[in-house]
Design a protein around this ligand. Sequence first.
Ligand SMILES: [Zn+2]
Length: 201
Amino acid sequence: MSEIKQLLSNNEAWSEQIKKDDPEFFNKLAKQQSPEYLWIGCSDSRVPANQIVGLLPGDIFVHRNVANLVVHTDFNCLSVLQYAVDVLKVRHVIVCGHYGCGGVDAALGNQQFGLIDNWLGHIKDLAYKHREELSQLNSHDKSARMCELNVMEQADNVKRSNIIKDARARGQFVQIHSWIYSLRNGRVTDLDNSPKGFKHD
Ligand SMILES: [Zn+2]
């Protein structure tokens, strides 16, 4: 079987299994979605939103890009955020980065990769902002710390957006979370509850 045919075959088996567990599952979802969570994560294939937090289709609205950036001029990410907050009324926005992020590591190095270098420039700016702290660290720790700082910065960008400010001004409940995922053990750390950060992967 070709690689692509295998995927379609996997899909058929997955669909049948879900229907076996809950015959009405797809019928209910086809009518509407009402997720409570927006996930802004990295495109990295090892960090799939639903699986990490054990949620089914319909439970989490997802936006992923290289290095989980929230850029004030990125209409793709902002449109997702606006729709999730204003229309779907999600209660939680989770910005989830991960240790060992290739985007972060690329931004810390000097190698050029093409168009994506412009995107990664946002992380280079962040590294410059924290250059004093980072200069004290060895390369492994520098990468880990930058992954954490990047998550917290992007979560701050969400908080500073007009979308969140407007939602809060009209009394809507919406919480922003900074999470980081370990590729080594599959565990998420909530950086909001470890203010000093640097859990060290
Ligand atoms: Zn990544």
